[in-house]
Structures are given as C-alpha cells and as structure tokens.
Design a protein around this ligand. Structure first.
Ligand code: NDP
Length: 410
C-alpha cells in the first residue's frame, strides 16, 4: 500500500444507486478499504446501505448526514473522519463544492460525472480542469469520470492505444441497455441529470471540429442499427457524451470520435411528450404561488433508479469500436463488457447501470489508495496507466473482451 495513503479510508458522498454499488464493492475488499463512510443528504438512505452491508458481509461502516453544497460543513466532516480519498457519487451539481472541500482538507478526489451548473443544461470539463494548479499546489490528486462512460470507455481507449494500436483514427463508443425493468418510463440513473443530458443537441468530433446534429428526440436525429454481442440488433442514437471532450485531446491521431446509445421507441415517445408539455424544463415556473422546476417535479414522480433492480431483466453491453494502424496495417478492434441486471441485483440490490458505474468508481478509488495512480493535479482516466484498472475490472465484476471487428460502414 502507498505510504501516503496507508490507512485505506474512503468517504463516499451520495446514497443513490451508484453509491450503493460502490459501498458494497468497497466493503468486499477490506484489505484496501479498511474504513468506509457513506455521507449523504438523506441520512436514512445511508443507514439502509449500512444495514445491508452489515447483513451481507458482517462489516460495520460509518454513516453521516451532510449537505455537500455546504463546503464548510463538508470540510468539517472530512476533517473529523480524515479519509484518504473522497468518492463523489452525489450529483454533478456538487462537483465543485466537493473539490473545494478536498482542497481545504488536503484529500484526494474521485468522481463519475463532470460538473454541470444547475441553471444551464450544459456539462463540460473546463470548470474542473480549472482546479489543476490548485490541486498541484496542495499536493493532491483528482480523478474525474471514473464510472463506465465516462471511465471504463476512456480506460478501454487508453489500453488499446498502449497495447494494440500505433494510432487510433476512429473511435465509436456504443452503449446498449437491452434490459427491461417493467415500468412504462423510468431512467437508469438520476432522472434529472439523465433527461438534461439526452435532450441536448448532439455533437461528435470530426477532423478537429465538433459537428452538431439534432437531439435524439428531434426530426433528423442520427441513428443506425447495430448488432450487439448477446443483446442482438438495437437502434443506436448518436449522442454527445462527456468522455469525448477529453479523449479527443489525449488520443494520438484521432480524426473522428462518436458516442451512440440505444433507446426504444417507447422511451423516445414518452420523452417527446414530456418535452412538448414542458415537463423537462429546468427553469422555475409559478404553480399556485409555489416555485416549481418541472424536471425536478418529474423526478419526484419517476421511480428511483436504485429501486429498479428488483424486476430488471437483461443485459447491458458497453464498449468501443476503434479503427487505426498497427505496424503499418489497418486494424479494427471491439472491446466491451456485458453486464447482467439480475446478477447485479443479487449482488448489490441495484440494477446494472448503477453496477457498471459503481464498480469502476470503487476501482478508481482503489488505484489511488494502493498507489497505482499517483500524482498531483486533475486527471481524466485515459491519462493514467490502464493496466491495473483493466485487471481489476476482470476481478471485481466487469469482465471485458477484445475482438477483431469490421470497421463501421459510415
Ligand atoms: P441518485 O439520484 O440515485 O443519487 C444521488 C445521491 O446524491 C442521492 O443520494 C442524493 O441525496 C445525493 N445528493 C444530492 N445532492 C446532495 C447534496 N447537496 N449533498 C449530499 N448528497 C446529495 O443518482 P445516481 O446514483 O444514479 O448517480 C450518481 C452519480 O453518478 C451522478 O452524478 C450521475 O451523473 C453519475 N453517473 C455516472 C455514470 C458513468 O458511467 N460515468 C453513469 C450513471 C451515473 P438524496 O437521496 O437526498 O436525493
């Protein structure tokens, strides 16, 4: 174990689906995670995680109530517990406040989603990259986006760049959820963040520029049918996703980068209706003298993502298709993971989307605690060595494989 971080103490912030999985996975690895605290806004949710972990693994974890937007309150909690790393699994709105608290207390930071201001549905790394110098000065490290996408998809790219390619020219990330939860409409992670993300105009990277195309619910959206391993043929929609922003900066020779996600017609129709009647608005409206943000109200009506697991059946298949050159020859490789909703539920009580995010979040923290990833400043995962992370994916529940594949035909 790394001397700097020898105590193996982690503080997880948030108590939703992703935090639940990460807490379970940390509890399963007592050699690395010797002391665990789950701190979130709603204390009863932290306690539910604590009780489940005690029942399943006979381990006692700590819990606390905290408002992560209150930097002084969070810093005081960090000072009392003195973790070696803070794992932020609250919402993107909290990112900067939690980074401020880490700066104040001198503790390393890991998250899974980049900052997004509450009043504008726009996410990008610039706000968090602006912390680089201050993290260097303080001698601490931040690892941004250690979920599946972003996170594992970045690591997959870094691994292929290191071992399989001399140059990667085309990168296509394909995210398929072929599972069914039995609800007419629900989102697999926080509904507010999810709906804000997927109703945006789409961008992909081509020849050094961002190309804008219509949002997935608009006329003219770009989609094609891809035949996924195990899941079969699914309609896959071009979507802007945050890992594209950092990958286009860090991958040698990249001339095109795109992200695709599967959506059913039923899902898209629900979303169109909700958008058309104003339920996806993020600004305040006046309702009988009360200020209401429609998308927040909608969130309160939809099933909690963490609760979807009990009836969820089917698989997720997420991975990258990359074309480029090795030893002067053109090659294409497909690297992916298949995860099963029912198995994820049996192990952690949540569904596969939370599982595929919570496992790499735990592994990111593990890379810091064990000293595999060291440094000061602010990093995205493809900037760090991928090998031990890739091994850990196989060990801790997200096995991957890499196969030859035909280049995408367009
Ligand atoms: P949930 O909504 O289920 O959980 C979020 C948790 O954060 C809740 O427990 C919530 O508390 C807590 N929280 C919110 N605000 C505060 C605050 N001010 N102080 C303390 N706690 C707070 O979300 P998910 O678990 O689905 O998602 C968690 C994160 O993971 C999100 O940032 C999401 O974008 C990211 N994600 C990343 C993915 C990836 O692959 N990289 C994929 C999926 C998700 P309360 O219970 O009171 O609401």
């Amino acid at each position: 174990m790394n001397e700097k971080k020898g105590r193996g103490k982690i503080m997880i912030i948030g108590a939703g689906g992703v935090a639940t999985v990460a807490a379970h996975k940390c509890a399963q690895v007592p050699d690395v995670f010797r002391e665990i605290m789950v701190a979130s806004r709603t204390f009863s949710k932290c306690e539910a995680i604590r009780e489940d972990i005690a029942r399943r693994y006979g381990r006692d974890i700590r819990t606390a109530q905290v408002d992560a937007d209150n930097v002084a309150e969070l810093s005081a909690l960090i000072d009392r517990f003195r973790p070696d790393v803070v794992l932020n699994l609250a919402l993107p709105y909290q990112d900067l406040h939690i980074m401020d608290a880490c700066l104040e207390t001198g503790v390393d930071y890991v998250d899974t989603a980049n900052y997004e201001p509450p009043d504008a549905a726009h996410f990008e790394y610039s706000w968090q990259w602006a912390y680089r110098e201050r993290f260097v000065q303080k001698g601490i490290m931040a690892v941004l986006g250690s979920g599946f996408d972003p996170g594992v998809t970045n690591i997959f790219t870094a691994y292929c760049q290191k071992h399989l390619f001399d140059e990667i020219h085309y990168l296509d990330i394909l995210d398929c959820n072929a599972g069914s939860h039995g609800h007419p409409f629900a989102t697999n992670f926080n509904p507010e963040i999810n709906i804000r993300e997927i109703t945006q105009p789409v961008r992909h990277w081509k020849q050094g520029k961002w190309v804008v195309t219509p949002a997935i619910i608009e006329e003219g959206s770009v989609h094609f049918t891809f035949d996924y391993p195990i899941a079969g043929a699914k309609e896959s929609y071009l979507l802007y996703h945050e890992e594209l922003e950092s990958l286009v900066q860090h991958v040698r020779g990249l001339t095109r980068a795109r992200f695709w996600m599967t959506f059913s017609d039923t899902y898209l129709n629900h979303l169109r209706v909700l958008r058309n009647v104003g339920m996806t608005r993020i600004d305040e409206v006046d309702y009988e003298g009360h200020k209401v943000v429609p998308v927040k109200f909608l969130k309160s009506l939809l099933p909690e993502p963490a609760s979807l697991g009990s009836n969820y059946k089917g698989k997720t298949v997420i991975g990258n298709i990359m074309s480029g050159k090795k030893d002067g020859k053109g090659i294409t490789r497909y690297i992916y993971n298949v995860c099963d909703h029912e198995e994820a539920f049996r192990e952690t009580g949540t569904q596969a989307i939370a599982y595929t995010t919570g496992v790499p979040a735990m592994i990111g923290a593990m890379m810091l605690l064990t000293g595999v990833w060291q440094g000061t400043g602010v990093y995205t995962t493809e900037e760090l060595d991928p090998d031990k992370f890739m091994e850990a994916l196989n060990t801790y529940g997200l096995p991957w494989q890499v196969v030859e594949h035909a280049p995408l035909p367009f």
